[in-house]
Ligand binder design. Structure first.
Ligand code: ATP
Ligand code: MG
Length: 578
């Protein structure tokens, strides 16, 4: 997959990559030509050769032409550099943003369980930081290595035509460098893996502290969170230092080998010049070519450690793109029924982990128009049951079906389109209240929005905000009170206009008077709809046709006439005392 990600991206941006390779090849050609004026000038001074025949006859004019040629080569080289830098930046940025988009999408598709296991910060690190690896591998890794190889081939060929012994000095380095590269690779990769894991953990501490800033302040946790961050971040730094140590040792080994090679070339070249096999200009040319061979070798040596780190990033991206996407999506999903006659849970059992069963053998049929209330102790599995209906999770055994069609045979996104949901915790997205409402129904008219605001008893709150519906809600809606957030969530459900309402404690954050208002509106909304409502409170159960209690993983229907006794509330208690 990693290789296919690199090849697929390379294919997509083939035009730009070919342009970059062409620019680099022209650049390599120009660098072969660059020292020629120097050689011609030096050899003409020492009288070893005449200036080239097509140059002007006068020696001064010839020298001037050679000097102009040098400047010309330098200008061409710089123009090539500028063009390739612009094409590389444009391509690199595009590659990164596209990959970030893919990873973001994959992170949203992942099952809730696997997302909770690795955490938000880990996904953020992979999306924001690890994705830069592909750009690096294509442009700073593969391309320079390719052009370095081209340059090495060109220079070695030039050197071979000049002197065989000098060319052998260049070639002998190859196998030594391969051995060094291979032996350092495992240590570099495992250290990079550990460093990245710790860096994302450190990011996780920052992320959870800042998103829970009120708790951090209320419990004076600033120095605690900072010291946890510092501890993990320092440990990551230690790994980075180890990578730098391996990197610099590798770099030093390559530099020393190159220096030995150049010294050998100097010895061979000087000896050849002394014996008249080579001219002084040819020795300088030979050493220049050797230098041109060693420069890309040094570049590869320098990039080796970074390349291993970037490959680790690709592994991490792979994990995000490949592992555990949402609940299984059927290849040929059945059509969503136009009218939902019934939703059934048949012998459904569920556990997040085998040791702790949450639901055991639960069966219930919810028919069109039913209003079902679900009560039960906290932590017993009510929201889990809502998650099963929405197919956020699948049962361990048993099945959920709609009109007799197993939910597993329906497309999860289309299935979720049947529901208007108010989850236990209403999460709002950064933006205004209006934008948050429109998320539920982008085509909603102003009248629809106003009606939903009234239905969710949100009008009085909106009127107190100077910017009304255009009030910015802050991150996760943090600028609104819990009750206001909950009512925005309810207004979203009103706007959604779906045949089934799933309400997970829809009034838990409201005072009794507001709750009554919302329940009145809910009564109107429920007409013609199927409703499943989780609640700890007595008031909402009055709207229900059937009330079920979840206890010890099992579902039992309650006798509504006895409800006020079986589900004690403060109101009941006060009434009984009076
Ligand atoms: P409450 O009334 O407090 O909202 P609930 O009945 O809705 O409780 P659930 O949220 O369904 O309870 O949780 C049921 C059990 O499953 C709890 O013990 C909870 O700790 C556990 N649980 C919930 N979500 C997960 C998860 N993603 N991974 C592991 N365990 C989980
Ligand atoms: Mg719950």
């Amino acid at each position: 997959m990693r290789r296919s990600l690199v090849t697929a991206t390379a294919q997509k941006h083939a035009g730009a990559l070919v342009a970059l390779i062409a620019l680099e090849a022209i650049g390599a050609g120009v660098s072969v030509l660059t020292p020629l004026p120097l050689q011609a000038a030096i050899d003409s001074i020492s009288g070893k050769s005449k200036l080239v025949s097509w140059l002007p006859a006068s020696w001064t004019n010839s020298l001037l032409t050679l000097a102009l040629a040098s400047v010309g080569f330098a200008i061409i080289q710089q123009v090539i550099n500028m063009a390739s830098s612009i094409v590389a930046t444009r391509t690199g940025q595009k590659v990164t943003v596209e990959l970030r988009g893919q990873c973001f999408d994959a992170a949203q598709k992942r099952s809730i369980a696997s997302h909770l296991t690795s955490g938000t910060a880990d996904a953020l690190y992979r999306i924001q930081t690890d994705t830069q690896a592909l750009e690096w591998i294509l442009l700073d890794g593969a391309l320079p290595v390719l052009t370095a190889t081209l340059s090495i081939i060109a220079m070695t060929a030039a050197l071979l035509t000049l002197n065989l012994q000098l060319a052998l000095v260049a070639l002998i380095l190859g196998p030594i460098l391969v051995v060094i590269g291979r032996t350092t690779r495992p240590a570099l990769k495992s250290t990079a893996r550990a460093a990245k894991q710790q860096e994302s953990q450190a990011l996780g501490i920052i992320e959870s502290a800042l998103s829970g800033l009120q708790t951090v302040k209320a419990y004076n946790l600033r120095s605690y969170t900072l010291s946890r961050y510092t501890q993990i971040a320092e440990s990551a730094v230690a790994r980075r230092i180890r990578i730098a140590w391996l990197d610099s040792s590798l770099g030093a080994a390559v530099q020393i080998l190159c220096a030995i090679g150049l010294a050998g070339a100097l010895y061979i070249g000087a000896d050849a010049a002394a014996h008249g096999t080579l001219s002084p200009g040819q020795v300088i040319l030979g050493i220049h070519y050797l230098g041109q061979i060693y420069t890309p070798i040094r570049v590869i040596g320098k990039k080796w450690a970074s390349l291993q780190t970037q490959l680790v990033s690709l592994e991490r991206i792979d994990f995000l793109l490949q592992t555990d996407t949402d609940v299984p999506v059927p290849k040929n999903p059945q059509a969503i029924p136009p009218t939902v006659q019934d939703i059934s849970l048949t012998n459904v059992s569920f556990a997040y982990d085998e040791a702790h069963p949450i639901l055991q053998d639960v069966s219930i049929t919810i028919r069109k128009g039913d209003v079902i209330a679900l009560t039960g102790p906290t932590g017993i599995g009510k929201s889990t049951l809502i998650g099963l209906l929405l197919r956020l999770i699948d049962p361990v055994s048993g099945n959920v079906s709609i009109n007799g069609i197993p939910a597993t045979q329906l497309d999860p996104e289309s299935l979720r389109g049947l529901y208007a949901t108010v989850l236990q915790e209403t999460v709002l997205f950064p933006g205004t209240i209006r934008e948050n409402l429109l998320l539920a129904q982008p085509s909603a008219s102003e009248d629809d929005i106003q009606a939903a605001i009234d239905a969710a008893a949100l009008r009085s709150a909106i009127n107190t905000f100077p910017l009304g519906l255009d009030t910015v809600v802050g991150e996760r809606g943090a600028k609104l009170s819990g009750g206001e957030r909950q009512r925005v969530g309810l207004a979203r459900a009103f706007l959604r206009d779906a045949p089934i309402l799933l309400l997970d404690e829809p009034t838990s954050a409201l005072d009794p008077a507001t709750e009554e208002g919302v329940l009145d509106a809910l009564k109107r909304l429920m007409v013609g709809r199927t409703v499943v409502m989780v609640t700890h409170r007595e008031a909402p159960t009055r709207l229900a046709g059937r009330v079920y209690r979840l206890e010890s993983g099992r579902l039992c229907e309650q006798n509504i006439s006895q409800m006020s006794n079986s589900t004690p509330t403060i109101d009941n208690a006060i009434q009984q005392i009076l």
